[in-house]
Design a protein around this ligand. Sequence first.
Ligand code: GLV
Ligand code: MN
Ligand code: MN
Length: 422
Amino acid sequence: MAHQALIAKGDIAKHVSGARLWNRLMELAQFGALPKGGVNRQALSGEEIAARACLVRWAKTIGLEPSTDAAANLFLSYRGKEPALPPVLIGSHIDSQPTGGKFDGALGVLAALESVEAIIANRVRPRRTVEIVAWMNEEGSRFAPGMMGSAVFSGARKLSDILTVRDAAGVSVESELHRLLTAEPQLRQRPFGMKPAAFLEIHIEQGPVLENKNKSVGIVTGIQGKRTFRVQVDGEEAHAGTSPRIARRDALVAAIDVVHALQNAMWDPEDVVRFTVGMFNVTPNAPSVVPARVVFSIDLRHPDVATLRKLGDAIPEVCQAARVRCDISVKELLHDPPLEFPKSIRHMIQSVAQALGVSWMNIASGAGHDARYLHYVCPTGMIFIPCRNGISHNEAESVQETHAADGTRVLAEATFTLANTI
Ligand code: GLV
Ligand code: MN
Ligand code: MN
């Protein structure tokens, strides 16, 4: 990649408006707004449909062409000089956790929009088309596992596989996709199979490193590996007042033992293993009925491929050994190995940050991102900005406007560079 000749004189970055970006972040946060300042804008919800309409409105006012696909990924295109060439994609997601913050994902989409505004303001059309993208269901809180849109786009999953996934209320991805796409009849629906020239994603760090090191941006070296499971413990309903201990098959008591055994098996004195049971559903969940069923989630992460394999492979056995008098089944939903982004893209982002005088450091991602699936199909890179106290997946999530603007200046220049040189 002959990036050097074109790199960052600041021509694009000087058109980035931190205030406009901030105002849009605050406006988008109204869709699904929660009392404590966060958002509940889960994938394919009414709130997300309304937020998409707002994005499309903003995009149209600056002449971008919106389109979507059968997985409801949303694209906003700025035509390059050679529109037949594969585009450079930039973006993230606008779905959130049920008690998410304003910036996880939304920053990546709105910084992408701001970058394109800055490119347009520079009045030099890039060679390749630049497309802003909002991937469908990154979070995986309503429909698991997450990163559905980017996985289908990249060919890692089949559309037919995600259609049958249901949320806790039994509503399928298929019916919600239908509802969403019906609400957007004006959007052209494009086929899958397009291989982008490159993908960039800016995101909040979701950890404390950049803030502690006082850096404005992180250049992401890679993403740690992740495995997710669903465990179902089956016992038997019984009367709380009459059934003696000996007769009980209490799914909740068994599930607690299983979680405890898992916690011990995954214990790591170095604190590198990330093991989380974040979802725990009890049935029938009635005060005077011995619980008959518990379904819980496991989210397991590690940066080392062999350790992740070993720990994840041990999970079914640990569950079986601790199930007491209940039945248990373990289903693996996802196994994504650790990955490293290409050095060429990382070095290009680094040169841009340096040229713009934005302080930077290399950083590994503990969180998952859509960039994972794009990495499998095109040169991909990520930029992080600091978030306050490393807090994320929490309504209290917060960033500084200057960091959001600095990260976007790096993204805008890097995007223009890629669109002209790759
Ligand atoms: C993304 O939100 C993740 O859970 O890593
Ligand atoms: Mn995210
Ligand atoms: Mn998230």
